[in-house]
Design a protein around this ligand. Structure first.
Ligand code: SOE
Length: 363
Protein backbone atom coordinates (compact mmCIF):
# COMPACT_ATOMS: atom_id res chain seq x y z
CA UNK A 1 0.00 0.00 0.00
CA UNK A 2 1.26 3.48 -0.80
CA UNK A 3 2.12 5.57 2.23
CA UNK A 4 0.10 8.68 2.92
CA UNK A 5 2.03 11.82 1.97
CA UNK A 6 2.63 14.75 4.27
CA UNK A 7 2.98 17.69 1.88
CA UNK A 8 4.98 20.37 3.64
CA UNK A 9 5.43 24.08 3.00
CA UNK A 10 8.42 25.62 4.76
CA UNK A 11 8.24 29.36 5.48
CA UNK A 12 11.75 30.79 5.87
CA UNK A 13 15.16 30.10 4.40
CA UNK A 14 17.58 31.21 7.13
CA UNK A 15 19.56 29.12 9.62
CA UNK A 16 16.41 27.40 10.89
CA UNK A 17 15.03 26.93 7.38
CA UNK A 18 18.18 24.95 6.71
CA UNK A 19 17.92 22.90 9.92
CA UNK A 20 14.29 22.02 9.15
CA UNK A 21 15.02 21.27 5.48
CA UNK A 22 17.66 18.80 6.57
CA UNK A 23 15.20 17.14 8.94
CA UNK A 24 12.64 16.72 6.13
CA UNK A 25 15.35 15.16 3.95
CA UNK A 26 16.77 12.86 6.63
CA UNK A 27 13.86 11.73 8.82
CA UNK A 28 12.81 8.98 6.40
CA UNK A 29 16.39 7.75 6.13
CA UNK A 30 16.78 7.09 9.85
CA UNK A 31 13.19 6.31 10.86
CA UNK A 32 10.65 3.99 9.30
CA UNK A 33 8.11 6.78 9.01
CA UNK A 34 4.42 5.89 8.71
CA UNK A 35 3.96 8.77 6.28
CA UNK A 36 6.11 9.91 3.39
CA UNK A 37 7.35 13.50 3.57
CA UNK A 38 7.02 15.61 0.45
CA UNK A 39 9.03 18.84 0.34
CA UNK A 40 6.38 20.67 -1.69
CA UNK A 41 7.01 24.39 -1.26
CA UNK A 42 9.56 26.71 0.31
CA UNK A 43 8.83 30.41 0.82
CA UNK A 44 11.32 33.21 1.38
CA UNK A 45 11.70 36.84 0.43
CA UNK A 46 15.49 36.83 -0.11
CA UNK A 47 15.76 35.67 -3.70
CA UNK A 48 19.29 34.24 -3.68
CA UNK A 49 18.75 32.44 -0.35
CA UNK A 50 15.44 31.00 -1.59
CA UNK A 51 16.98 29.63 -4.77
CA UNK A 52 19.88 28.06 -2.85
CA UNK A 53 17.70 26.43 -0.20
CA UNK A 54 15.27 25.11 -2.83
CA UNK A 55 18.10 23.62 -4.87
CA UNK A 56 20.24 22.22 -2.06
CA UNK A 57 17.36 20.66 -0.10
CA UNK A 58 15.27 19.75 -3.14
CA UNK A 59 12.08 21.68 -2.49
CA UNK A 60 9.70 21.23 -5.43
CA UNK A 61 8.44 24.81 -5.67
CA UNK A 62 9.27 28.25 -4.36
CA UNK A 63 7.27 31.37 -3.48
CA UNK A 64 8.50 34.80 -2.45
CA UNK A 65 5.63 35.45 -0.01
CA UNK A 66 4.76 33.05 2.85
CA UNK A 67 1.08 33.83 2.37
CA UNK A 68 1.18 31.86 -0.89
CA UNK A 69 1.33 28.63 1.15
CA UNK A 70 -1.67 29.14 3.38
CA UNK A 71 -4.66 28.41 1.16
CA UNK A 72 -3.12 25.80 -1.10
CA UNK A 73 -5.21 22.63 -0.92
CA UNK A 74 -2.16 20.54 -1.87
CA UNK A 75 -0.31 21.51 1.35
CA UNK A 76 -0.97 19.58 4.59
CA UNK A 77 1.56 21.12 6.96
CA UNK A 78 2.99 24.62 7.33
CA UNK A 79 6.37 24.95 9.02
CA UNK A 80 7.19 28.46 10.27
CA UNK A 81 10.87 29.39 10.38
CA UNK A 82 10.31 33.11 9.90
CA UNK A 83 11.47 35.95 12.19
CA UNK A 84 9.63 35.91 15.52
CA UNK A 85 7.07 38.64 14.75
CA UNK A 86 5.65 36.54 11.90
CA UNK A 87 5.08 33.39 13.98
CA UNK A 88 1.65 34.50 15.22
CA UNK A 89 0.17 35.77 11.94
CA UNK A 90 1.48 32.78 9.97
CA UNK A 91 0.42 30.20 12.57
CA UNK A 92 -3.03 31.68 13.06
CA UNK A 93 -3.62 31.84 9.28
CA UNK A 94 -2.32 28.28 8.80
CA UNK A 95 -4.47 26.90 11.63
CA UNK A 96 -7.54 28.73 10.27
CA UNK A 97 -6.88 27.00 6.94
CA UNK A 98 -6.89 23.65 8.80
CA UNK A 99 -3.18 22.95 8.33
CA UNK A 100 -0.90 21.02 10.66
CA UNK A 101 1.38 23.72 12.13
CA UNK A 102 5.05 23.49 13.05
CA UNK A 103 6.65 26.64 14.46
CA UNK A 104 10.12 27.78 15.46
CA UNK A 105 10.74 29.01 18.99
CA UNK A 106 9.92 31.30 20.67
CA UNK A 107 6.28 30.63 19.87
CA UNK A 108 5.40 34.34 19.96
CA UNK A 109 6.48 37.86 20.84
CA UNK A 110 4.44 37.80 24.05
CA UNK A 111 2.39 35.50 26.25
CA UNK A 112 -0.74 37.25 25.04
CA UNK A 113 0.10 36.50 21.41
CA UNK A 114 0.96 32.90 22.36
CA UNK A 115 -2.44 32.48 24.03
CA UNK A 116 -4.14 33.62 20.80
CA UNK A 117 -2.05 31.08 18.87
CA UNK A 118 -3.04 28.22 21.20
CA UNK A 119 -6.67 29.25 20.84
CA UNK A 120 -6.43 29.42 17.03
CA UNK A 121 -4.69 26.04 16.80
CA UNK A 122 -7.11 24.13 19.06
CA UNK A 123 -8.28 21.86 16.26
CA UNK A 124 -4.95 21.13 14.60
CA UNK A 125 -1.82 19.19 15.56
CA UNK A 126 1.13 21.41 16.46
CA UNK A 127 4.86 21.14 17.06
CA UNK A 128 7.23 23.80 18.41
CA UNK A 129 10.90 23.35 17.57
CA UNK A 130 12.30 23.25 21.10
CA UNK A 131 14.68 20.73 19.60
CA UNK A 132 16.97 20.25 22.61
CA UNK A 133 14.41 17.95 24.24
CA UNK A 134 15.51 15.43 21.59
CA UNK A 135 19.18 15.36 22.53
CA UNK A 136 19.51 11.72 23.71
CA UNK A 137 21.41 12.87 26.83
CA UNK A 138 18.52 15.22 27.72
CA UNK A 139 15.91 12.52 27.06
CA UNK A 140 17.96 10.16 29.23
CA UNK A 141 18.13 12.78 31.99
CA UNK A 142 14.34 12.88 31.91
CA UNK A 143 14.23 9.07 32.11
CA UNK A 144 16.50 9.04 35.18
CA UNK A 145 14.36 11.74 36.83
CA UNK A 146 11.13 9.82 36.03
CA UNK A 147 12.67 6.69 37.56
CA UNK A 148 13.27 8.69 40.77
CA UNK A 149 17.06 8.38 40.56
CA UNK A 150 17.51 12.05 41.50
CA UNK A 151 15.12 11.83 44.46
CA UNK A 152 13.80 15.13 45.76
CA UNK A 153 15.12 17.96 43.61
CA UNK A 154 16.73 20.88 45.47
CA UNK A 155 18.39 22.91 42.71
CA UNK A 156 17.86 23.46 38.98
CA UNK A 157 20.50 25.74 37.46
CA UNK A 158 20.62 26.64 33.78
CA UNK A 159 22.91 28.70 31.58
CA UNK A 160 22.52 29.57 27.91
CA UNK A 161 25.57 31.57 26.84
CA UNK A 162 26.68 32.66 23.39
CA UNK A 163 29.29 35.33 22.68
CA UNK A 164 28.37 36.87 19.34
CA UNK A 165 26.50 39.83 20.87
CA UNK A 166 29.79 41.35 21.94
CA UNK A 167 30.89 41.73 18.32
CA UNK A 168 29.36 45.11 17.57
CA UNK A 169 30.80 45.09 14.04
CA UNK A 170 28.30 42.39 13.01
CA UNK A 171 25.57 43.76 10.71
CA UNK A 172 22.32 44.12 12.67
CA UNK A 173 19.68 41.55 11.78
CA UNK A 174 16.01 41.24 12.77
CA UNK A 175 17.26 39.74 16.06
CA UNK A 176 18.32 43.23 17.18
CA UNK A 177 14.93 44.82 16.50
CA UNK A 178 12.43 44.44 19.36
CA UNK A 179 9.47 44.80 16.98
CA UNK A 180 10.67 41.75 15.06
CA UNK A 181 12.43 39.68 17.73
CA UNK A 182 10.90 40.56 21.10
CA UNK A 183 12.87 41.78 24.10
CA UNK A 184 16.13 40.05 23.11
CA UNK A 185 18.16 37.22 24.58
CA UNK A 186 15.29 36.13 26.83
CA UNK A 187 13.10 35.33 23.83
CA UNK A 188 15.94 33.76 21.91
CA UNK A 189 18.00 31.74 24.41
CA UNK A 190 16.32 31.79 27.81
CA UNK A 191 13.23 30.23 26.20
CA UNK A 192 15.30 27.12 25.38
CA UNK A 193 16.43 26.86 29.02
CA UNK A 194 12.90 27.41 30.28
CA UNK A 195 11.53 24.72 27.98
CA UNK A 196 14.09 22.21 29.24
CA UNK A 197 13.40 23.22 32.84
CA UNK A 198 9.65 22.73 32.47
CA UNK A 199 10.31 19.41 30.72
CA UNK A 200 12.74 18.13 33.37
CA UNK A 201 11.68 19.83 36.59
CA UNK A 202 8.07 20.95 36.16
CA UNK A 203 6.22 24.20 36.59
CA UNK A 204 7.82 27.48 37.69
CA UNK A 205 5.62 29.34 40.19
CA UNK A 206 7.40 32.69 40.38
CA UNK A 207 10.61 34.47 39.54
CA UNK A 208 12.75 37.53 39.96
CA UNK A 209 14.96 38.71 37.10
CA UNK A 210 17.36 41.39 36.01
CA UNK A 211 18.25 42.19 32.39
CA UNK A 212 21.09 44.15 30.85
CA UNK A 213 22.03 45.67 27.48
CA UNK A 214 25.82 45.91 27.30
CA UNK A 215 26.19 47.21 23.74
CA UNK A 216 25.67 50.99 23.53
CA UNK A 217 22.59 51.99 21.56
CA UNK A 218 21.23 48.45 21.24
CA UNK A 219 17.45 48.17 21.68
CA UNK A 220 17.28 44.54 22.88
CA UNK A 221 18.47 42.82 26.06
CA UNK A 222 21.92 41.22 25.79
CA UNK A 223 21.68 39.29 29.06
CA UNK A 224 19.14 38.20 31.62
CA UNK A 225 19.57 36.47 34.98
CA UNK A 226 16.77 35.07 37.10
CA UNK A 227 15.99 33.29 40.33
CA UNK A 228 12.85 31.15 40.40
CA UNK A 229 10.81 28.91 42.67
CA UNK A 230 9.58 25.68 41.12
CA UNK A 231 6.29 24.05 42.10
CA UNK A 232 8.18 20.94 43.28
CA UNK A 233 9.90 23.03 45.96
CA UNK A 234 13.27 23.34 44.26
CA UNK A 235 15.16 26.58 43.71
CA UNK A 236 16.16 27.63 40.22
CA UNK A 237 18.76 29.93 38.73
CA UNK A 238 18.83 30.92 35.05
CA UNK A 239 21.30 32.98 33.05
CA UNK A 240 21.14 33.73 29.34
CA UNK A 241 23.58 35.98 27.53
CA UNK A 242 24.94 36.93 24.15
CA UNK A 243 27.98 38.27 25.99
CA UNK A 244 29.04 34.91 27.42
CA UNK A 245 32.59 35.35 26.17
CA UNK A 246 34.26 32.00 25.67
CA UNK A 247 30.96 30.22 25.01
CA UNK A 248 29.87 29.47 21.47
CA UNK A 249 26.66 27.66 22.33
CA UNK A 250 26.70 26.64 25.99
CA UNK A 251 23.19 25.43 26.72
CA UNK A 252 23.78 23.80 30.08
CA UNK A 253 21.85 22.68 33.12
CA UNK A 254 22.62 21.05 36.45
CA UNK A 255 20.15 19.37 38.77
CA UNK A 256 20.92 18.44 42.36
CA UNK A 257 18.56 16.12 44.25
CA UNK A 258 18.60 13.85 47.28
CA UNK A 259 19.47 10.94 44.98
CA UNK A 260 22.19 12.54 42.92
CA UNK A 261 23.20 15.12 40.37
CA UNK A 262 22.86 15.52 36.61
CA UNK A 263 24.88 17.93 34.47
CA UNK A 264 24.58 18.61 30.73
CA UNK A 265 26.22 21.00 28.28
CA UNK A 266 25.19 21.17 24.62
CA UNK A 267 28.78 21.82 23.59
CA UNK A 268 29.40 18.17 24.53
CA UNK A 269 25.96 16.90 23.64
CA UNK A 270 26.60 13.18 23.62
CA UNK A 271 27.54 13.27 27.30
CA UNK A 272 25.57 13.45 30.54
CA UNK A 273 27.24 13.65 33.93
CA UNK A 274 25.53 11.55 36.58
CA UNK A 275 26.43 11.45 40.25
CA UNK A 276 24.60 8.63 42.02
CA UNK A 277 24.35 9.40 45.73
CA UNK A 278 23.22 5.83 46.47
CA UNK A 279 26.76 4.58 45.83
CA UNK A 280 28.99 4.01 48.89
CA UNK A 281 30.55 7.35 49.86
CA UNK A 282 34.01 5.92 49.24
CA UNK A 283 33.12 5.31 45.60
CA UNK A 284 31.02 8.33 44.83
CA UNK A 285 31.94 10.57 41.93
CA UNK A 286 30.32 12.08 38.85
CA UNK A 287 30.29 9.64 35.95
CA UNK A 288 30.59 11.07 32.47
CA UNK A 289 28.11 8.93 30.53
CA UNK A 290 28.44 8.68 26.76
CA UNK A 291 24.74 8.58 25.88
CA UNK A 292 25.11 6.49 22.74
CA UNK A 293 23.97 3.06 23.86
CA UNK A 294 21.31 1.03 22.08
CA UNK A 295 19.35 1.16 25.36
CA UNK A 296 19.46 4.96 25.55
CA UNK A 297 16.47 6.92 24.21
CA UNK A 298 16.52 8.35 20.65
CA UNK A 299 20.13 7.40 19.89
CA UNK A 300 19.47 3.90 18.41
CA UNK A 301 17.56 5.51 15.53
CA UNK A 302 20.86 6.86 14.28
CA UNK A 303 24.12 4.94 14.66
CA UNK A 304 25.81 2.19 16.65
CA UNK A 305 27.13 2.74 20.21
CA UNK A 306 29.80 5.39 20.49
CA UNK A 307 29.21 6.80 16.99
CA UNK A 308 28.27 10.23 18.20
CA UNK A 309 25.52 12.44 16.84
CA UNK A 310 25.09 16.22 16.47
CA UNK A 311 22.81 19.25 16.49
CA UNK A 312 20.91 18.27 13.34
CA UNK A 313 19.79 14.94 14.79
CA UNK A 314 17.64 16.73 17.36
CA UNK A 315 15.50 18.21 14.58
CA UNK A 316 15.31 14.88 12.75
CA UNK A 317 14.20 13.07 15.92
CA UNK A 318 11.57 15.70 16.77
CA UNK A 319 10.11 15.56 13.27
CA UNK A 320 10.06 11.76 13.14
CA UNK A 321 8.28 11.54 16.49
CA UNK A 322 5.78 14.18 15.38
CA UNK A 323 4.92 12.23 12.24
CA UNK A 324 4.52 9.05 14.30
CA UNK A 325 2.12 10.94 16.60
CA UNK A 326 0.18 12.32 13.62
CA UNK A 327 -0.19 8.90 12.03
CA UNK A 328 -1.13 7.15 15.27
CA UNK A 329 -3.36 9.82 16.83
CA UNK A 330 -0.97 10.49 19.74
CA UNK A 331 -0.19 13.80 21.45
CA UNK A 332 3.15 15.35 20.57
CA UNK A 333 5.23 17.48 22.94
CA UNK A 334 6.33 20.25 22.86
CA UNK A 335 3.21 21.59 21.18
CA UNK A 336 1.71 25.09 21.20
CA UNK A 337 0.35 24.64 24.75
CA UNK A 338 3.80 23.60 26.05
CA UNK A 339 5.39 26.59 24.31
CA UNK A 340 2.76 28.88 25.84
CA UNK A 341 3.93 27.70 29.28
CA UNK A 342 7.47 28.79 28.33
CA UNK A 343 6.11 32.11 27.15
CA UNK A 344 4.19 32.67 30.42
CA UNK A 345 7.36 32.04 32.45
CA UNK A 346 9.41 34.31 30.18
CA UNK A 347 6.78 37.03 30.35
CA UNK A 348 6.76 36.92 34.18
CA UNK A 349 10.57 37.15 34.27
CA UNK A 350 10.69 40.01 31.77
CA UNK A 351 8.05 41.88 33.78
CA UNK A 352 10.05 41.25 36.94
CA UNK A 353 13.17 42.69 35.30
CA UNK A 354 11.22 45.91 34.70
CA UNK A 355 9.41 46.17 38.06
CA UNK A 356 12.31 44.68 40.09
CA UNK A 357 9.77 42.57 41.96
CA UNK A 358 9.14 38.85 42.44
CA UNK A 359 6.48 37.98 39.85
CA UNK A 360 4.06 35.05 39.70
CA UNK A 361 3.78 32.93 36.57
CA UNK A 362 0.06 32.67 35.74
CA UNK A 363 -1.38 29.14 35.77
C1 SOE B 1 20.79 32.14 18.31
O1 SOE B 1 22.10 32.38 17.97
C2 SOE B 1 20.37 30.70 18.00
O2 SOE B 1 20.43 30.49 16.62
C3 SOE B 1 18.94 30.45 18.49
O3 SOE B 1 18.01 31.28 17.85
C4 SOE B 1 18.60 29.00 18.32
O4 SOE B 1 17.31 28.73 18.79
C5 SOE B 1 19.61 28.19 19.12
O5 SOE B 1 19.30 26.84 19.05
C6 SOE B 1 21.00 28.44 18.60
O6 SOE B 1 21.26 29.82 18.66
Amino acid sequence: MNKKELRVALLGTGFMGKAHSNAYCQAGHFYDLPWKIRRSLVCGNIEAELATVAKQWEWEETASDWRAAIDRPDIDAIDIALPNHLHAPAAIAAAAAGKIVLCEKPLALSAEEARAMVQAARGVPTLVWYNYRRVPAVAYARQLIDEGRLGTIFHYNATYFQQWGADTSRPATWRMDPALAGAGVGDDLLTHSLDLALFLNGRINEGMATARTFAPGRAVDDAISALVNFENGSLGRFEASRFGIGCRNVNAFAMHGSGGMLRFNLEDLNRLEFFDASQPSTEQGARDLLVTDMKHPIFPNFWRPGHIIGYEHTFIAALAEFIDCLANGKDFHPNFADALAVQEALDALQRSAKTRKWTEVPK
